[in-house]
Design a protein around this ligand. Sequence first.
Ligand code: NAG
Length: 315
Amino acid sequence: MLPHLSTYKYQSHFSSLPQTSLILIFKSTMSSSTIIILSAFLFSFSIAASAANFYQDFEITWGDGRAKVLNNGDLLTLSLDQASGSGFQSKNEYLFGKIDMQLKLVPGNSAGTVTAYYLSSKGSTWDEIDFEFLGNLSGDPYILHTNVFSQGKGNREQQFYLWFDPTADFHTYSILWNPQRIIFSVDGTPIREFKNMESKGVAFPKNQPMRIYSSLWNADDWATRGGLVKTDWSQAPFTASYRNFNADACVHWGSSSSSSSCSSNSGSSNAWYTQELDSTNQDRLSWVQKNYMIYNYCTDTKRFPQGLPQECQSS
Ligand SMILES: *[C@@H]1O[C@H](CO)[C@@H](O)[C@H](O)[C@H]1NC(C)=O
């Protein structure tokens, strides 16, 4: 069942911290009529700028100043140097949603660095949906590494090259997660689908709310050409950027598993909740898998001598 719709996203703008504190600062120095005009201005501004606000939706969790929210909350940057990487997480937990983020990855010689962007729940039987971007030498291709964990079990890697340079511009990386399927997309093109195959005994993430996490760290023991190419610290700090976060999602409240509210930015529909790949998108998925997929656990018979995982055995 789809939990009830609410306008939570709208309401939360009013408690947005930066605007509130600005009003408090001005209050001590200005006449009351000025405050009213100023408040009205800030109020309308907060609605206009509300589409994505990293102050509102995320918190920086580590990196000692290496992660920064900039441009009034429109932009977030992570950086990595020899002493530390950095990371952030969403304030909300989600139980199903369509979640978009634009990323611009570490440019130039990014070998050894990994930018991870993923959803994860907590505990020893956690669920997780992963995008990981493995850096490379200048001009050599990034690898987009994906994985799905359900109830603590992963080992479902698929890796891709991209059909563009992910460091030259921002591109949109999306996770559609509904009760029937998980679809990974890049600029609206599906690259991977993980279907709910509980009927075949394969656990599917559907009971544990997940937070969004992202981090930039050094993984030169494995990331680039399997660890052969090391991080060149003379290029540090390495920086990845984020903007235009959007979640049409069910936000989970408190600790009980039953309370969540679903918001849709369009205000009109929660089509994502039952969305599936139409034939056009099925074709695009096949195009990516044929031309850009470089590793698929579902065809790695050497790795699974006892037989491929259940979800890999088609119909
Ligand atoms: C880096 O470039 C090399 C050479 O083109 C390629 O084999 C490798 O898959 C690329 N990506 C990573 C992350 O190693």
